[in-house]
Every structure is written in structure tokens, then in C-alpha cells.
Design a binder for this molecule. Structure first.
Ligand SMILES: Nc1ncnc2c1ncn2[C@@H]1O[C@H](COP(=O)(O)OP(=O)(O)O[C@H]2O[C@H](CO)[C@@H](O)[C@H](O)[C@H]2O)[C@@H](O)[C@H]1O
Length: 486
């Protein structure tokens, strides 16, 4: 089966968040299921510098008014088709914003172009290559299903995965005439969304299958609270909406071999984590006065509940805990954590910016990984934490609900607990969860059991990759998959 994945970021080439991890891991995870997955990715500078050995497989003279070519290459085990269009992608900053942090004003064009090229690839733009399914990720690839629906092919199938409903790619109606879609596509059945153009809406409307990244989020997004305007459409299409839980790349995230750690370890050498704990404390300017080390690795945003954390920092410190925060995002939230670090020197530390190796070290050296999100489609941080014996403390939403087993009395007695959950996502409920976590940590034997159980829990791609393979196969008629929605 040939599947073309379309993503705006891809680990290890370019990453701003969890989408890159998933898009980067899925092709390898699918290879055992008979799926050959190539990935179409924009030729940002970080990508172009790595596809140096690639070959040009197509030239496009008018890609929304600019010149472009497609370069096929293999980088880090990934089969890539790079859309080299310097006028659109050869820019500083990250994939979406310039160096000063503002969205590029022509993002509508940059990602319409990506989606249009994907649909052309589906129609045979490159000789000898004809994917049967195109798998689009998030709003940046949201127009792919629209281009396919309104194009000439009747056999090409599309899947869209929603990694985060909060980012929808909505633009004014004025761009529509430049999108190369027929006039009737500007309709409720097409790309029209509240009078403008909605890229994610178009994807959810037009794709043959819609997936999101956990079963709980798949049901949450059918409600106004989580659906963010798309709940009606998702309810209408409920038979095509599936929740497929993310896995993680067990090779890139292995505490026994991870080069970012000061000391490797496994479930039977958990005591060695203390060497990494010392390294984390050094990196964050924390003292070695003891106590559990709580950590956060996250975008610092409202979604991630960082304000709920900020309201609890004094409480944590008063109760003997330390806190290390790696992240960047909203200035106010960054400032509130920084202020706490100044109030509590040696007990609270913050490192701003994006730092992949440090994120690994934190997982390996901290005692507790906090993910107090208001909504969380899946969440990868808690999966890395489980694998690294860092006990996750999470809100009970989305994928956090599906992947962490709360250490309540029944779960402790049944010896299945892997972390601590709280609900609702409020500062008060988080405080109670911190209290429970501190009590568990004080019982060393109990704590080690929870850590070890987490390290042994299945966070691989195995089950979910098979699920994607089944979905693709059912679309192209290789088998009838009458799975009910989940
Ligand atoms: N400052 C920093 N330095 C280094 N690494 C950092 C970092 N800040 C964050 N990261 C890393 O970025 C990734 C974040 O992934 P998440 O899945 O937790 O959230 P995100 O909201 O980006 O993803 C969205 O898509 C994913 C994928 O489907 C869903 O799991 C998720 O719920 C959804 O919100 C992790 O790999 C984390 O380690």
C-alpha cells in the first residue's frame, strides 16, 4: 500500500511540537504492516540543508505564482518528497512564524500550495509514483481532501488527522479565488467556514476518514467545549471519526541508550536516575537540598494549564518540592514562572526556548512530569515520562485520560497505577493532586513500583500503526473494516 503523508513539520528535520514526532515516527511504525509511507514536506532551510543527496523529480513553473520543484530523498530513514519553493519556504524563523514571532501573512498560500502539490502527486505528477491514500496532518494540510474531492480522481482516498482542534487555519473569503478550487467549493460541503475559508474545516468535511490522536479526544471534540466550532460537523460525520492513540519512537526515547542522559538506566536500575537528577538540578540552578523534583516540558500556554501550575508553585515549594520548567510561549506565563524562580532561588528554575536534549535529560532525572492541560488531544510528554520512569501528574482530559492510570486506592490495590490524574483542570484540583503525589513519593517502595510499572507500560506504536494500516486498507477496498467508532 502506498500512502503519502503530508505534514508541515517532521522530526528530526524540523519540529515545533508533537505533530513532528508523530509524522516522523509513523512511516517507520507502519512498515511492518505493509504500508510504504512517503512524506511531503515544505523545503524550509532546515529541510533543504539535509536533503542534499536528493534528486529532482518534478518542476512546477506556476505554483501559486512561484517556481517550485520536488526533490525526492531519504533522510534519517524517512522517504521524503520535499517541496522546494524558495519564495514560500526559504525563510528564517519556524515553519509558521517569522523571527519576531508573528505568523507569515501568506501562510494561507504556503500551505495551500503544499496541499495542492499533494493532490497533484496523487494524480501522478511524478512518473512511477501513485499513492493510493493521502494522509494529511492538521490545518496546514487541511486543503488536501478538498483538492482531491473537487479534482478528477475517483479512486484517490484521503485521511486527515486532527492533532489539535485549537489551530484551524481560518482565513478571509478573499483568498478563495486564488485557491484553484471550483466556485462551488465555497460552500458548507466544501471549504466555507463562517463566511471565510477554513482549512481544517475543509479537511474534516472532505476527507474520507477523520482521525484524532486519542479515543477520549475523539469523543470530546463532538462537544462545544472541545470541538471549537467543528463539533456539529464532527457529529454529522461521526461514523468516519476515529480516535487512534499516538505512540512514541522507542528508539529515539530509550533511557538505556539515550545520548542526552548523563547516566543510562532501565526498570531494574532505576536508582541510577539520581545521577540524571543531579544533572537536571545543575541545568536549572537548583540546590541539592532534597525533595521530589517536579518538571514541565511544554509550550507555555493556556491549553497546557501553565497558569494552574503557576498558582501552585508556592505550595509545592512550601511542601519541599523543586520545580524545573523547560518551555516557551506566552510572555505572561513565562514571567510568572520566572518570578517564582526569583522568589524561590534554588528551588524553582526555568529554561526558556526549545532544547531537545535537555527535554530528554529532564525526563530521565525528574521525579514527576506535570501535564496540567485544559485539553490535550493525546500528549506525548506523559508517554515519554512513563518510558523514563518519571511519574506523570496529569489532568484527566483527552489522551492523558487514556494513557495514565490514576493512583487511586483501587488502582494501588490492584497494582496498576502509573501516575496521578486530576479533574477538573483547576488550580484547586491540581493542588490536591500535588498533595497526593507528595504522599506517594514519601513511600519509597510504592513510588518505585509506580515508576517501574510506567516504564513497562506499552507506549509503542504497534497497536496504533496497525489501526492506521487497517483504515487505509478499508479505504482502498483491501478489506472491509467495519470497526465501530472509538
Ligand atoms: N521547550 C521545549 N524543548 C524541547 N522539547 C519541547 C519543548 N516544549 C515541548 N517540547 C516537546 O514537544 C512535544 C510536545 O508534544 P505534545 O504532544 O505534548 O504537545 P503539542 O501540543 O505540541 O502537540 C499536539 O499534537 C500532538 C501529536 O499528535 C498531541 O499529542 C498533542 O496532544 C497536541 O496538542 C514533545 O515531544 C515535547 O517533549
Amino acid at each position: 500500500m502506498e500512502v503519502l503523508s503530508v505534514a508541515s513539520e517532521l522530526y528530526p528535520l524540523v519540529k515545533t511540537g508533537g505533530l513532528a514526532d508523530v509524522a516522523g515516527a509513523l512511516p517507520g511504525a507502519l512498515s511492518d504492516s505493509g504500508v510504504t509511507m512517503r512524506t511531503l514536506i515544505p523545503g524550509y532551510p532546515a529541510v533543504m540543508s539535509k536533503v542534499t543527496g536528493g534528486r529532482v523529480v518534478a518542476e512546477i513553473t506556476d505554483l501559486f505564482g512561484v517556481n517550485a520543484r520536488l526533490i525526492a530523498g531519504r533522510v534519517a530513514g524517512l522517504d521524503l518528497i520535499v517541496l522546494d519553493a524558495p519564495a514560500l519556504y526559504d525563510r528564517p524563523g519556524n515553519p509558521y512564524v517569522g523571527p519576531e514571532g508573528r505568523d507569515w501573512p501568506d501562510n494561507w498560500k504556503r500551505f495551500a500550495a503544499l496541499s495542492w502539490v499533494a493532490s497533484e502527486l496523487g494524480l501522478g505528477l511524478v512518473e512511477g509514483y501513485r499513492p493510493q491514500v493521502i494522509h494529511a496532518h492538521d490545518w496546514q494540510a487541511g486543503l488536501v481532501p478538498a483538492y482531491v474531492k473537487y479534482g478528477p480522481s475517483s479512486t484517490l482516498k484521503t485521511v486527515i488527522t486532527v492533532h489539535n482542534m485549537a489551530f484551524q487555519g481560518t482565513f478571509g473569503a478573499d483568498i478563495f479565488s486564488q485557491l484553484r478550487l471550483p466556485a462551488h467549493a465555497f460552500s458548507v460541503e466544501g471549504v466555507e467556514y463562517y463566511g471565510g475559508v477554513g482549512y481544517l474545516k475543509a479537511g474534516v468535511e472532505c476527507a474520507d476518514v477523520v482521525t484524532t490522536v486519542s479515543p477520549t479526544y475523539a469523543s470530546e471534540i463532538r462537544t462545544p467545549e472541545f470541538g471549537m466550532g467543528l463539533e456539529g460537523l464532527l457529529n454529522n460525520r461521526s461514523e468516519t471519526v476515529h480516535g487512534v492513540l499516538n505512540g512514541i519512537d522507542l528508539g529515539a526515547w530509550d533511557p538505556a541508550t539515550d545520548p542526552a542522559l548523563r547516566q543510562g538506566y532501565g526498570p531494574n536500575t532505576i536508582h541510577l536516575r539520581r545521577i540524571n537528577k543531579a544533572a537536571v538540578r545543575e541545568a536549572f540552578g537548583l540546590d541539592d537540598g532534597g525533595g521530589p523534583l517536579f518538571a514541565v516540558v511544554s509550550r507555555l500556554t493556556w491549553q497546557k494549564g501553565i497558569d494552574l501550575l503557576a498558582q501552585n508553585i508556592d505550595y509545592m515549594v512550601e511542601n519541599g518540592a523543586q520545580l524545573a520548567v523547560l518551555g516557551s510561549g506566552d510572555t505572561d506565563l513565562e514571567n510568572s514562572i520566572r518570578a517564582a524562580s526569583q522568589r524561590h532561588p534554588g528551588r524553582v528554575g526555568i529554561v526558556t526556548g526549545y532544547n531537545e536534549p535537555l527535554s530528554h535529560l529532564i525526563q530521565a532525572g525528574s521525579d514527576v512530569m506535570m501535564v496540567p492541560s485544559r485539553f490535550e488531544p493525546c500528549g506525548l510528554t506523559q508517554l515519554y515520562a512513563l518510558r523514563y520512569g518519571c511519574v506523570p501528574l496529569v489532568s484527566r482530559v483527552g489522551g492523558l485520560n487514556d494513557t495514565v492510570i490514576d493512583a487511586n486506592v483501587a488502582a494501588l490495590q490492584a497494582e496498576v497505577a502509573t501516575g496521578v490524574q486530576f479533574s477538573p483542570p483547576s488550580a484547586g484540583a491540581l493542588r490536591d493532586a500535588i498533595r497526593r503525589t507528595l504522599d506517594l513519593y514519601a513511600d519509597d517502595k510504592m513510588w518505585k513500583k509506580i515508576q517501574r510499572r510506567g516504564m513497562k507500560s506499552d507506549v509503542s506504536w504497534e497497536t496504533s500503526a496497525a489501526r492506521y494500516a487497517d483504515l487505509y486498507a478499508s479505504l482502498i477496498g483491501l478489506k472491509t473494516d467495519d470497526d465501530s467508532n472509538d
